[in-house]
Ligand binder design. Structure first.
Ligand code: FES
Length: 161
């Protein structure tokens, strides 16, 4: 059993898997609750949905959205698709790396409080550049705006730590 889980994987799956639900719907429900899909949940998911473990694992690893480990306390997802690129997202990415001391797409470094991730379109193309910070969408992000929202998110992490 994964000792870091507050709930047993079988119970986690029973809580979220309802008859007729798709694997994707169950994965979303689990990730919404925990922030990731624990590897220990793969076998119970396969049993509950009458799939192979390889099929469940394949879906989790195919969709970039699903995580197999908890995210850092402050997670920045910066859109690097065309519309945002045309509005300066690469310069913003450089600013974010310099400001945070982290690199994009390096994964969650053990013990790190910040994780930077590239994503490709957040549906805010007309308001680019766009990013998500801890799941909250921000549009028309400038370096100054990033510094302000990052400081606020970091302060929240310090308060709850
Ligand atoms: S291209 Fe960045 S939000 Fe669509």
């Amino acid at each position: 059993m994964d000792e870091s889980l507050a709930i047993a994987p079988d119970q986690l799956v029973q809580t979220h898997a309802r008859p007729g639900m798709s694997l994707l719907a169950v994965l979303h429900a689990i990730q919404d609750e925990l922030g990731y899909v624990p590897p220990a949940a793969v076998a119970p998911l396969a049993r509950a949905l009458n799939l192979s473990r390889a099929e469940v694992h394949g879906v989790i690893t195919y969709y970039h959205h699903f995580r197999s480990e908890p995210a850092a306390p402050v997670t920045v997802q910066l859109c690097r698709a065309e519309a945002c690129r045309s509005m300066g997202t690469e310069a913003l990415a450089q600013h974010i790396e310099a400001h945070t001391g982290c690199r994009f797409d390096a994964g969650h470094q053990h013990g790190a409080t910040v994780e930077l991730e590239s994503v490709y379109c957040l549906g805010q193309c007309a308001l680019s550049p766009a990013l998500m910070l801890n799941g909250t969408l921000h549009a028309k992000v400038t370096p100054q705006k990033f510094d302000a929202i990052f400081a606020a998110a970091s302060k929240c992490v310090e308060v709850t730590a």
